[in-house]
Design a protein around this ligand. Sequence first.
Ligand SMILES: [Fe+2]
Length: 390
Amino acid sequence: MPQANDIELEPRKFVAPEYIFGLNARHLATGYCKKLGAKKVMIVTDIGLQKTPWYIELKKSLNDKQINHIVFSNVSPNPRDEEVMLGTDMYQKENCNMLLALGGGSVIDCAKGIGIVATNKNPINKFEGIDKIKAPIPPLICIPTTAGASADVSQFAIINNNANRYKMAIISKALVPDVALIDPEVLLTMGQILTANTGMDALCHAFEAFVSNAASAFTNLFALEAISLLSENLVNSVYNSNDMQIKGKTMLASLYAGLAFSNASLGCTHSLAHSLGGYLDLPHGECNAILLPHVISYNFPFAADKYKIIASKMGINCNKKSSLTIKKLLVNRLITMKKDLNITNTLKDKGVNYDIIDTLSKKAILDPCNATNPRTPSEDDLKTIYLEAL
Ligand SMILES: [Fe+2]
């Protein structure tokens, strides 16, 4: 008979890249290029980031150290399959042998996509799903510029299938970067909306990893710490844009949430958000923020004890309260947090209507993130969640 304080003794694995967290970590990029054998590096970034000091100083330091490099910046938010193929053409024509991603989740996912196609010689949509990548990708160094996606530490890449208007989830150990240089200083150039949306993405990663069927003692540790840090600091991070301690705490929370979800995977919030964001080209973090409270209500009876622990981490007093009360308090806490972050849209506000919910649900049920949701959803369940979030 298992006891309350028993530990999990089933074998569990945990995969993480080498990562360096802290101020000036980004300046180690050129050293790592040399260490990893750079002959010609492709910097993957976007046109917005090319105006930031982080990009300018990175270029300067590569030039100073005489590291041969080119730049690919044709990356949109929600990176498209065509952009991956375009980047791969350039990578191969220029005989590159290394990728250096400077950006948020979209940029890093695009760099991973380029890496997959460059060594596996097939269009990117052939790698959709779990463990479809045969050959290792080229060395990949990441400097994340948002505190949310955590693609710099994860086994995930999300690429938009443009023709069919949905996001392909590509999941493989081959996608774990060689090194992540996680420097909170780069958050200083992030605007309020991006800070709020990406922060809610990180919170959602931690929530979904903690209640995941594949959660372990390791992932729980990181997920809960991420929830606690974001609960205390995310709103402040949006409104105190120069406070390095607060920025550092949200960056650390994003790292923790990334380590948790990369190993425990995600749940229905992400399968619904992937379908929605891919179909209407919407910001990923905002989709998650809208959907998360509704998914909690749907999942709650199947993971009540875990949500109770999450609620406590968010400062909710759960003593002598019923499950129903805790559910309401947790959902309300998230709604208040979203209001404070000025994330107030519903799905209707984002362009969703009854006519497309069938299409969205049909795509969402195929997403691999459903597999680890604590409650196995049917297509009708997903449709109901979309309707509730309208
Ligand atoms: Fe996400």
